[in-house]
Each structure stands twice: as structure tokens, then as C-alpha cells.
Design a protein around this ligand. Structure first.
Ligand code: KG4
Ligand code: ZN
Length: 331
């Protein structure tokens, strides 16, 4: 392995939602720094992410976060090979802050700009510490904004197998958390509480057919059960988590049976759930690759990892790129 001093480095910037993040990642995917400024305190008071406030917070913190990432990595502009940034999907005003900053730095420092799809970033998060993806791969992406099942026949090519028709699973976790009075962001709190309870309610496992998902009916059923006080909060949470995990694993198993992949990759914020991780490990064994916990939720190191692949295969991005809030991952 080459020494850190010899390694090529990329600065990656991520501002698609409510984390202002920057990281320095080497071309052999060592994370020299990964700085994240969370806006939880700002949005918690209001019960969810307020896009206008999120953009404003990014403007306030972005330079400090980049400085922290460069400082921790012990590098400056002279030690970098490129500047990478999330182009989408995400909140348009939030993406714009990261992109404007990255473009400015790329011009000022004379470095190539590399635009990255946030969801491709989540996929590449497993290359940091966790493992090496072998192809063909099946990918389950479970985040606050998305629930997607995809097939990657080879590096950089993604085919959509299924997606949610309404809420994402992360969104359902967050809404159930609010109903249970667990605050924002509630996914991790619901998951912790679920660990102390039992799935006593036998809630519906929505949309058994096909590979698409639907979580809004489950969310409504939960609202009813919570209002009726039909079980203890821990048992309510465990029943909800049980239904989500069953559906996710069932659909993933269908995709695995159809594709017979070499790797099964599960990424995104909900992949931080210990309940989901345990169940996946039992069902998918050695072919399963999960991100390490610190890279499951939004961060810039995963953007750096995806950027190296993108830069190698597609070269630099054009200087006139703008945010693409609905950027697709797989068609
Ligand atoms: O990937 P991510 O950080 O942001 C997006 O790209 O959306 O995912 C955030 C989502 C939130 O909905 C959050 O509640 C959920 O991931 N989440 C969890 C856990 N940790 C984060 N859901 C269940 N269990 C967890 N431990
Ligand atoms: Zn994300």
C-alpha cells in the first residue's frame, strides 16, 4: 500500500439535505477526514427539515466544515487532485450551496470538478471500511428520501427493479416517531425502542406482490394503533419495525432469487438499524455488504468514494452544472 503522502486526494462536499459535510478521500479509498455539521438542533424544534432554513445553515457552515476536513487530513489545495460535490437528488437550495462552493474552489484552485449522484454515493459507502462489491450486485437503498431496489450488472450501471410508490421507509420511521412523541429525527429512536419490545400487533406487510414498496398504509395503521393505545410504546415500535424489516427482506430476497448476484448491498440511513442489519445477516450471509455505521447516514466520504469511480470512468464534469433535485439513480 502506498503511503498517505503519496496518495492522490479528492475533497468531497455534501449538502443535499440537512448535513453540511466535507471529506478528504484518497484514490485507494482511505478516508483522511470526514467532517459533518448536523442541523438537527435547528430542525428538531420545527419537527422536520425546513428547506429554507437548511440552505441558510449550509451557507453559514460550509467553509468551516471544509476547513475542518482539510485540517484533519493535513492537506491544503496543493495536495488535492479534484473537488467533488453532490449534484442531486436533494433539496434544490441546499444542493446549490454545495455546488456553488465546489465550483468556486475548483476554479480558484485550478482543479477538476466532479459531480456525484447522492444515491451513487450511498452505494459506494460500502467501499469505505466495509467490503469490495462484486458484480452483478443487487442494491437495496433505504434512506429518508428513497426506497429503491436496483440491479448493478457491472460498475456504474444501475437498473431499477422496484421503488416506493409513496413514502420512503425512512420517512415512515420518522413519522411514526413523531406520533410516538420521540421527536425528530425519529428513525434511530423508534429503532432503539423497537429493540426493547415484541411484534405483538401483526400489522399488515404491505404490497406483497412485485418489487415495488408502499409504506403509507402501514404509517396510517400505526397512527390508529398509537391513538388506540393498543400496546406499549416499545411493542408498538417493535411491531412497526417488524413489518418494515419483513417487507424489505422479502423484496430483497425476490431480487436475489431473480438476479443471483455476487454481492447484496444494503445502504442508506435505515441501513444503520441494528434490527435490520441482524435480519439481513441471517438471510443473506456472506454475500451481504453493509456500510459501517458512520457511513450509513449522510456524509461526504461516500461522495468522495463515488467521485473516484466517476472521475476514472467519465473524467471531470462541465463547469456549468447546476443542482438536479430529482436526479435518478437507476432507470
Ligand atoms: O441516508 P440518510 O442519512 O439521508 C437521506 O439521504 O435521506 O437517511 C436518513 C433516514 C432518516 O429517515 C432516519 O430516520 C433513518 O435514515 N435512520 C434510521 C436509523 N438511523 C437513521 N432508521 C431506522 N433505524 C435507524 N437506526
Ligand atoms: Zn442520503
Amino acid at each position: 500500500m502506498r503511503s498517505v503522502a503519496e496518495a492522490r486526494r479528492i475533497l468531497a462536499i455534501e449538502t443535499s439535505c440537512d448535513e453540511t459535510a466535507a471529506a478528504v478521500v484518497t484514490d485507494d479509498l482511505r478516508v483522511l477526514s470526514s467532517a459533518v455539521h448536523s442541523q438537527v438542533a435547528t430542525h428538531a424544534r420545527l419537527g422536520g427539515v425546513v428547506p429554507e432554513l437548511a440552505s441558510r445553515e449550509h451557507v453559514v457552515h460550509i467553509i468551516g466544515v471544509i476547513d475542518a476536513a482539510l485540517g484533519e487530513a493535513g492537506t491544503d489545495a496543493g495536495g488535492l487532485e479534484a473537488v467533488a460535490v453532490t449534484q442531486g437528488p436533494g433539496l434544490v437550495g441546499c444542493l446549490a450551496v454545495g455546488i456553488a462552493t465546489a465550483k468556486t474552489l475548483s476554479v480558484a484552485w485550478g482543479l477538476p470538478l466532479v459531480a456525484v449522484n447522492h444515491l451513487e454515493g450511498h452505494f459506494h459507502s460500502v467501499e469505505l471500511e466495509a467490503g469490495t462489491v462484486e458484480y452483478p450486485a443487487v442494491i437495496l437503498l433505504v434512506s429518508g428520501g428513497h426506497t429503491i431496489l436496483a440491479h448493478a450488472p457491472r460498475l456504474g450501471e444501475y437498473r431499477l427493479l422496484g421503488a416506493t410508490r409513496d413514502d420512503s421507509v425512512g420517512e415512515a420511521y420518522d413519522k411514526v416517531a413523531r406520533e410516538l412523541g420521540l421527536g425528530y429525527p425519529g428513525g434511530p429512536a423508534v429503532d432503539r425502542l423497537a429493540g426493547e419490545g415484541r411484534d405483538v400487533l401483526g400489522l399488515p406487510r404491505p404490497m406483497r406482490e412485485g418489487m415495488d414498496f408502499s409504506f403509507s398504509g402501514l404509517k396510517t395503521a400505526m397512527r390508529r394503533e398509537i391513538a388506540a393505545g393498543s400496546a406499549s410504546p416499545a411493542d408498538l415500535a417493535a411491531s412497526f419495525a417488524g413489518s418494515c424489516v419483513d417487507v424489505l427482506c422479502e423484496k430483497l430476497a425476490k431480487a436475489v432469487a431473480a438476479i443471483e448476484p455476487a454481492s447484496v448491498v444494503v445502504v442508506g440511513g435505515v441501513a444503520a438499524s441494528p434490527i435490520l442489519r441482524r435480519r439481513l445477516a441471517v438471510e443473506f450471509g456472506d454475500s451481504l455488504i453493509l456500510p459501517s455505521l458512520k457511513y450509513a447516514t449522510d456524509n461526504a466520504a461516500m461522495i468522495g468514494a463515488a467521485a473516484w469511480t466517476r472521475y476514472r470512468t467519465h473524467g471531470a464534469s462541465a463547469g456549468d452544472i447546476g443542482p438536479v433535485p430529482n436526479l435518478r439513480f437507476a432507470a
